[in-house]
Design a protein around this ligand. Sequence first.
Ligand code: 0R9
Length: 634
Amino acid sequence: MAEKSYDAKSIKILEGLEAVRKRPGMYIGSTDKRGLHHLIWEIVDNSVDEAINGYGDYIKITLHSDKSCSVEDHGRGVPVDMHESGKSAAEVIYTVLHAGGKFESDGYKVSGGLHGVGSSVVNALSKWMEVTIKRDKQEHYIRFENGGHVKVPLKVVGPTRGTGTTVRFLPDPEIFSATNFSFTTVCERMQESAFLLKGITIEVVDEEDERSAKFHYERGIEEFVEDLNKGKNTLHNVLSFSGTRDKIDVEISMQYTDTYNENIVSFVNNVKTIDGGSHEVGFKTALTKVFNDYAKSNGFIKGNAGSLDGSDVREGLTAIVSLKIPEGILQFEGQTKGKLGTPQAKAAVENVVTENLRIYLEENRAIATDIINKSLKSKIAREAARKAREDARKGTKKNTKERSLSGKLAPAQSKDKTKKELFLVEGDSAGGSAKQGRDRAYQAILPLRGKVLNTEKTREDEILKNEEINTMIYTIGAGYGSNFDIKDCEYSKVIIMSDADEDGGHIQCLLLTFFYRYMKPLIEDGRLFVALPPLFKIQTGKEVEYAYTVEEMKEKSKGKRCDIQRYKGLGEMNADQLCETTMKPGSRTLIRVNIEDAQLAEKRVSILMGDDVPPRKEWIEENVEFSLEDDYEI
Ligand code: 0R9
């Protein structure tokens, strides 16, 4: 009888694992590079849980040459006793699927809560998985194959010292489209975890390329902020506040730089809240209130001169907001569950920040003055930009003068902002073809001459003196920087069209940097694109085909007697060809630029486009493999 129910349970378990293999996306989001790395995060989560509970302060991730990955922790070791089902506890946690959906396993498991939620999913999606457990002075071993089938049941291997768990797995190449783990991706994520788990050491080893990195931070998120602001001019040392309200632990570190960017990154139970939520609202509300109160009571804003906006007091601010919330009141919202819903979190953060920041400003008046002056500058610029936009809308005299400045622009005839497209075209000759070949009703062409300014290395006042940049801001019509207002944007699509060569790539990078820094909402709203012109023209008799990659060219010309022309630049195409291949909806290929991870994007742009050479060199050396994805996900 017991035997029978044991078998029945085993079948159920294998059915569960099979379901994961059938629809992996439901459990790990995708089966591309991102999903592949998700497997590591799932396993590391268990080690992190154990470390948070006070067991083991060292975690090691090894990327092996055989494309498998192992995660080692120095916790208590997974229990090895027999579970009531007749299976070992170790077998159970690596094979029994936790009930629930897609993102549940991303949740923080507070002490005493759920453990090992994602391990069985990783097992299901692996060619093999081995677990080695050091516990009770003995080393134990269990091996699974082909999506979680037990190959070697739990056994004692021999005596050992210390305690801990090591999980090694090989992702199933039949499931994943990508099979190479990226050392950089793993390091970036582990560094972030190490910042959040102060005092814990996380080591990442890449066996194949013989390199490793160790992350350990005694001051936690304070060092996180220092890292984010590396290479920037800062106005003061990092401020850190913490406190507990309503059983919610709040920890905040913040620092102002002399840049114009706002970089607030928030976490709940060590999981990043990409879409913000109540804690970020509380943080922003407190900042605006405290700085306005200080500015008014110290004579920075007199009479009815108007308050500082939230965007004014956040200009140049880098901050980490990290909360620990008990499971009972934890609520996530949104499609990807990246937004904190818990209403109490707003008050908790608001309270901690208001109390502490007020005192800090009173005690550090020189710094307070610097920050307020910076915010006031933003306020003046914001009001000036608004006025300029209003003038532009009304069509005042000044506007006509400015319009002549952008005489290069071939405007679209339509006034319909939801249909109009703006092409930013490299070079006058391609600009000429584009003007001829376009759909005049909806497509506007702005040819750009020469190299675009690197806005990452240039001060704002210099940037605004640059004619090329000025024309773009004016043409798009929605302002720039913290005063950019997407509602005023004249176009539904802004399309960068440059040659498919090195120079063209450089121009793309420079333009992407400009849009990222000064018109970020354009990207966030999905309105920025890069046009993909063809690399080859293949002519067979009278028939003309185009190819966008070398492989496609080979494929299309195979076994044919044809003429192959490699386009060196857009200028080599005549107006009809350019229109057909690169501009006409339906036959063109556009790449939408998106920001997948705001914090990473921030770091990438400043490393790749900024003043500091060594970090750029390091990044390029470590990332020799470039893919389209890497190029455009800035
Ligand atoms: C290398 C990746 N690490 C793990 O997968 C891992 C899981 C795990 C763990 C415990 C300790 N370390 C771990 N590492 C543990 C031990 C005990 C209680 N809770 C957790 C204990 O000794 O009493 N477990 C995660 C789930 C389980 N253990 C359990 F369900 F089997 F208990």
